[in-house]
Design a protein around this ligand. Structure first.
Ligand code: KE4
Length: 427
C-alpha cells in the first residue's frame, strides 16, 4: 500500500469524505486524491514523493507560487512576535491602506478569515443598509457556503450535484433570486417583480465556479445601471479575480465600480485572510461604527496579514500581469490546438491567468451551456494529466491557473501531457 493510500484510508475513517473541503475529494473525476506534502514554486510533491506541475494553486491564492521566500520569511518573522492578539495591530492598518489604494472602490476595508465570511458580511450589510431582504445571484456562481448562496451554486456544490443544499431553510432560500449569467433581461425581470425588494446583486465579475465564463460586453455595466435604477447595491465577488486579473481586479479591467467588493485567496497569500470593502458610507454601517454586526476572533490575524503584505508587495513590485496574460494565452492556445489536432471538441475559456478546458462543442457563456460539458471526458483528461505529473482542478466546473512561478519547462510539461492525452483519446 502506498503512503497516499494509507493516508486516504485513515482520512476516510475520521474526516467526512476524507477531506476538509468537498472539491478535494475527486468525486467528480473518480479515484482518490494524492496527499500533497510539499510545494515549491509551481510544483507540488505528494506523500509518495511524486512531483506535479500545479495548476490548482490551492484554488487560486498562490499567484506567487508555493513557499515564495519573501512570503515565508514574512510569516516566520510575524509568528516569532506572536500569532494573534485579538487587538488592533499596525499590519491591519497597512493592509487596509494597500487594499484601498489598489482597489479604489474599497474606501474602507474589513478583514475576515475566509471568502465565505466576506460575502456573508457583504450581503448582511446590503440588507442592513437597504432594509430589503432579497438578493440576486447568478446560476453557477459560487460565493462560499453561507446559507443564502447555496442556491443554484457552482463549484463543489455543482460538482457534487447539490447546487441547492439541504439544511437551508426554505424561507431563506426564497429570498435568493437566481438570474442567468450574461442575461440582463433575466435580471431586469427580477427587479420588475420586486422593484423595492432587492438589497443586492452579487456577481463574480468573471465567473470561475462554473468553469471560467467571461462577462459579455455590457453585462457588468448593465448590472451597474439596473442596481442604480432600483436602489440595490452591486457586489463584486472578487475572491478569485481580485489581484488575479490585475492589481485592481476585474473592476479595473472592466471599468465598472461596484458598491461593495469581496476579496480573498491571493489577498491572503496562502493564509486564511479575506476582506469586504466599499464606500465609506456603507462600510461605516458595520459594527462598532454602525449597527450591522459582524466579528471574528482571528480577523486581521497578524501572521496572515504579514503574508498578505508580502504578497501584495511582490505583485506591486513585479507587476506580472502582462507576462501572465501572454503565457496563459499561449498555453490555452496550445491546449486547444492539441485537442483540435486529435479531433476532440474542446473550448478553452480564459481571462488573464485563469482558464478552463471545457469538453464541449458549443460556446460556454453561462451555467446552462457549461453544464453541457462532457464531465467524463474531463475526468479522463484530468487523470491522464495527473499520471503525467500535471495537476489540474479535479472538476470540470473550476478554473486552472498560471502563476509567476510557472516556468517554460512547466508549461511545456503541461502541453506535452495534454498532447499525449488527446492523441490517446483519439484512439
Ligand atoms: P472560501 O470561504 O472558500 O475562502 O471562499 C468562498 C468563495 C467565495 N467567492 C468565490 C468567487 C469563490 O470562488 C470562493 C471559493 N472558491 C472555491 C473554489 N472554486 C474554493 C475551493 C473549495 O471550496 O475548497
Amino acid at each position: 500500500m502506498t503512503r497516499n493510500e494509507e493516508l486516504w484510508e485513515n482520512a476516510l475513517r475520521v474526516i467526512p469524505g476524507g477531506v476538509n473541503s468537498p472539491v478535494r475529494a475527486f468525486r467528480a473525476v473518480g479515484g482518490s486524491p494524492p496527499f500533497l506534502a510539499r510545494g515549491q514554486g509551481c510544483r507540488v510533491y505528494d506523500a509518495d514523493g511524486k512531483e506535479y506541475v500545479d495548476h490548482v494553486a490551492s484554488w487560486g491564492p498562490l499567484i506567487a507560487g508555493h513557499a515564495h521566500p519573501r512570503v515565508v520569511e514574512a510569516i516566520a518573522r510575524a509568528a516569532a512576535g506572536g500569532t494573534t492578539f485579538g487587538a488592533p495591530t499596525e499590519g491591519e492598518v497597512l493592509l487596509a491602506n494597500s487594499v484601498s489604494r489598489l482597489v479604489p472602490s474599497c474606501e474602507k476595508v474589513r478583514l475576515v478569515s475566509s471568502g465565505t465570511e466576506a460575502t456573508m458580511t457583504a450581503v448582511r450589510l446590503a440588507r442592513g443598509v437597504t432594509g430589503r431582504d432579497r438578493i440576486v445571484k447568478f446560476a453557477g456562481c459560487y460565493h462560499g457556503h453561507a446559507d443564502s448562496f447555496l442556491i443554484r451554486a457552482g463549484s463543489g456544490a455543482t460538482t457534487l450535484g447539490i447546487p441547492d443544499s439541504p439544511g437551508v431553510p426554505r424561507a431563506l432560500a426564497e429570498l435568493t433570486l437566481v438570474a442567468r449569467y450574461n442575461d440582463l433581461a433575466s435580471v431586469r425581470a427580477l427587479f420588475g417583480a420586486h422593484p423595492d425588494g432587492i438589497a443586492a446583486v452579487i456577481v463574480e465579475p468573471v465567473a470561475g465556479n462554473m468553469g471560467c465564463v467571461l462577462p459579455a460586453p455590457g453585462f457588468l455595466a448593465g448590472l451597474r445601471e439596473l442596481s442604480d435604477r432600483y436602489g440595490a447595491l452591486l457586489v463584486f465577488d472578487e475572491v478569485i479575480t481580485g489581484f488575479r486579473l490585475a492589481l485592481g481586479g476585474a473592476q479595473a479591467v472592466y471599468a465598472v465600480r461596484p458598491d461593495l467588493t469581496t476579496l480573498g485567496k491571493i489577498l491572503g497569500g496562502g493564509l486564511p485572510l479575506a476582506a469586504v470593502g466599499g464606500k465609506r458610507s456603507l462600510m461605516d454601517q458595520l459594527a462598532p461604527e454602525g449597527k450591522v454586526y459582524q466579528a471574528g476572533t482571528l480577523s486581521g490575524n497578524p501572521v496572515a496579514v504579514a503574508a498578505a503584505l508580502a504578497t501584495l508587495g511582490l505583485l506591486e513590485e513585479k507587476n506580472p500581469y502582462r507576462d501572465l496574460e501572454e503565457r496563459t494565452k499561449s498555453l490555452a492556445k496550445g491546449l486547444e490546438d492539441a485537442a483540435v489536432k486529435a479531433g476532440i471538441p474542446v473550448i478553452v475559456n480564459r481571462a488573464g491567468s485563469m482558464f478552463t478546458v471545457f469538453f464541449t462543442k458549443g460556446k460556454v457563456t453561462d451555467y446552462e451551456s457549461a453544464l453541457q460539458s462532457d464531465t467524463r471526458a474531463y475526468a479522463r483528461f484530468f487523470h491522464a494529466l495527473l499520471a503525467n505529473g500535471v495537476y489540474f482542478p479535479p472538476a470540470q466546473f473550476e478554473v486552472a491557473f498560471v502563476g509567476m512561478a510557472h516556468d517554460a519547462a512547466a508549461i511545456d510539461r503541461t502541453l506535452d501531457a495534454a498532447a499525449k492525452t488527446f492523441a490517446a483519446a483519439r484512439g
